[in-house]
Write a protein that binds this ligand. Structure first.
Ligand code: SPV
Ligand code: MN
Length: 634
């Protein structure tokens, strides 16, 4: 490690002018001043600028991002392009860095082995050394936001220091302004804070140079996250996945939920009602396409807080107000709403796509791939390879767009409601070629927690390594859970059990295949599963009880396919999709058992449910003397 570059007697007054200092002092918050003093002294920017909720201040951020080349204007009004660091196809800053994101755990505290962690003292020493002088020569932007709707039980305030104008600008699109909210704190220390630095930059556009010193350390004790040497939003934006981790810790100590959920408004045809659903899906398992189902409304696509409400329901709020969405495969046919929003004039940040003649191109946009342009690797032309000879695609597979949800034609009317929305159901979706049917309902809330805990996703040809390997992904939240898994599952259990109106829980699987490896469902069929679930939350359909949950009856699905997709749904299709595959289900239980056995203090209800399902599946097998039982026989 280099020797520390600490300048003795660093005086913040040399880098902040009177006007900016006055903006900070107007917050009347000692802790804000203390955090700013401490980290400005450590990071040593040459200038400190405080951004209030005023239009002038926010415009300043937009302008500065362009001025320092972290963003560049495109042809369409409001559109800009930002690039994250790229040195080679396997060495870049184009995605979340799981290996270097760690929870700081105080000595003697237990942490699940599934959660990447480091001794708190050791981790703090390491990252504070890396951060010493990390903003030298750069401007530090101070921003204040509100996670969740304002003036609400959901609201949590957040202070962000960053030297990335792209970060400060993205947060403006994605989060609710909070400068005025901080004043209402009356000096309270109840807020999260995030210190971020892109570190030393190279090139034009300027990108993080020292990716080997990229660190994202989560300090639960202080309610803060320190993040350095990165720009990619999933690593850099305090309010996104970094705040989710702090919120999970807080929620698990206060009996509410902070989850990696979308929030969807479901509007059944011929009924005058809307029912709200949350959903958690591991990546590439259909989360966005479910949140954006045609004819429905979106509250959020990534992170939700859930709290018990006076009406007996759990209410959920989107802690964000924008989308940081994967742009791959957004085209007029598959995703018309988003495509329309990001190809017309409005404030939109594109990241890591190809630019030719000031227009963006991405994988799966439905257009011919341009022969050349500028992309995340600099000047690009077809056939370009990295230093190891690996072909560089025209746009990165994880390229993104950043927009406000209220710009979408399917934005839900309750997007900013301080009450959130009452939740009727929760979906857990995985990727599984041969085990679970396309939809099933849990036997009760606790079994629903089990279903969420047992989500698995199969690897696909899109990632390196063997195909079809199942990875556990509890609540699609494992990357973000910062409390031991046993505590997390128990918090889910008590949360639901204490509600007067408990959400129904559903498992979905859009990826079931037949023996020849062909998908058994069409892309749009998920609308039918969602509508069946919605009906179930209103006691409208009967169901068949199996050891692993309730499955739909044929005639209900037949009617729903007719009503929503104008499609004939045959008995044969139903039978193929909804048969109970005993051996596969037992093998899944074995994998779940093996994973959780490695952890301490997994609650008893979890093991009881596991054993109960195992026993009943075996009984079923004996009774029918068959390994695959048709739903018509049940
Ligand atoms: C995810 O990876 O779950 C995302 C994008 O939503 S990121 O901001 O990288 O977390
Ligand atoms: Mn996410």
């Amino acid at each position: 490690m280099d020797t520390l570059k600490t300048k003795p007697n660093f005086d913040i007054n040399n880098v902040i002018d009177k006007e900016n200092l006055a903006k900070l002092e107007a917050l009347n918050n000692k802790k804000v001043m203390q955090v700013v003093n401490e980290f400005v002294a450590l990071c040593k920017p040459s200038k400190v600028t405080v951004i209030t909720d005023s239009k002038e201040d926010i415009d300043y951020v937009r302008q500065k991002a362009i001025e320092i080349h972290e963003e560049k204007r495109l042809f369409t009004e409001g559109h800009t392009i930002h690039y994250d660091g790229f040195f080679a196809m396997d060495y870049h800053d184009q995605a979340r860095d799981k290996a270097n994101t760690r929870v700081l755990v105080p000595k003697g505290e237990y942490m699940s082995q599934w959660i990447n962690n480091i001794d708190r003292n050791e981790g703090l020493k390491e990252i504070l050394e890396i951060m010493d002088g990390c903003m030298e020569g750069n401007e530090c932007i101070i921003r204040l936001f509100c996670l969740g709707p304002k003036n609400s039980q959901f609201s949590i305030l957040a202070l962000q220091l960053t030297d990335s104008l792209y970060v400060a600008h993205s947060e403006d699109i994605l989060y609710r302004a909070g400068y005025e909210e901080f004043k209402k704190l009356n000096g309270s220390e109840e807020f999260f804070y995030f210190i971020h630095s892109a570190g030393e930059l190279v090139g034009n556009p300027p990108v993080t140079k020292n990716l080997d010193k990229r660190r994202i350390y989560i300090d639960l004790q202080e309610g803060r996250v320190l993040s350095v040497n990165n720009q990619y939003a999933g690593n850099s934006l305090g309010l996104k996945k970094l705040a989710l981790r702090l919120a999970i810790d807080k929620a698990n100590n206060e009996d509410w939920l902070a989850e990696h959920y979308f929030i969807l408004g479901v509007h059944p045809k011929e009924k005058k009602r809307v029912s709200y659903f949350c959903g958690a899906y591991p990546s590439a398992c259909g989360k966005t396409s479910t949140a954006m189902l045609p004819g429905q409304s979106i509250v959020g696509d990534d992170i939700a807080y859930l709290r018990p409400w006076e009406d007996g329901y759990a209410h959920a709020a989107n802690i964000e107000q924008g989308l940081f969405g994967i742009i791959r495969d957004v085209n007029p046919e598959d995703d018309p709403v988003i495509y329309d929003a990001i190809t017309t004039p409005r404030e939109t940040i594109f990241s890591n796509v190809l630019i030719t003649e000031e227009f963006p191109y991405w994988i799966g946009d439905g257009k011919p791939v341009p022969k050349k342009g500028i992309n995340f690797s600099g000047k690009w032309k077809k056939g370009k390879v990295d230093e190891k000879g690996k072909e560089i695609p025209h746009a990165h597979p994880n390229a993104r767009y950043t927009i406000r949800i209220n710009e979408l034609s399917n934005a839900d009317v309750n997007l900013d409601s301080p009450e959130g929305v009452p939740i009727d159901g929760i979906f857990y979706g995985g990727r599984d070629s041969d085990t679970l049917p396309p939809v099933l309902e849990s036997l009760d809330w606790e079994h629903g927690v089990f279903i969420g805990a047992a989500i698995e996703s199969e690897t696909t040809s899109a990632t390196l390594g063997a195909e079809g390997v199942r990875r556990p992904s509890p609540m699609a939240n494992l990357d973000f859970v910062v409390v031991p898994l046993g505590k997390y599952l128990d918090n889910h259990r008590t949360f639901g059990n204490n509600l007067k109106v408990c959400p129904k829980v559903f498992a979905t699987n859009y990826f079931l295949k037949n023996k020849e490896g062909k998908y058994l469902n069409g892309m749009l069929d998920k609308l039918v599963w969602v509508m069946w679930a919605e009906g179930r939350t209103h006691n409208e359909f009967e169901a068949i009880k199996t050891p692993v949950g309730f499955i739909p009856k044929y005639h209900d699905l037949r009617d729903l396919f007719r009503l929503y997709l104008d499609k004939d749904y045959s008995k044969k299709e139903y039978e193929q999709q909804f048969s109970i595959r005993i051996t596969h289900l037992l093998e899944k239980l074995d994998r779940v058992e093996a994973m959780y056995k490695k952890d301490k203090e997994i609650p008893e209800f979890f093991w009881t449910l596991l054993e109960d399902q195992r026993k009943k599946l075996k009984e079923l097998k004996e009774k029918y003397n068959s390994d695959e039982i048709s739903p018509f026989d049940l």
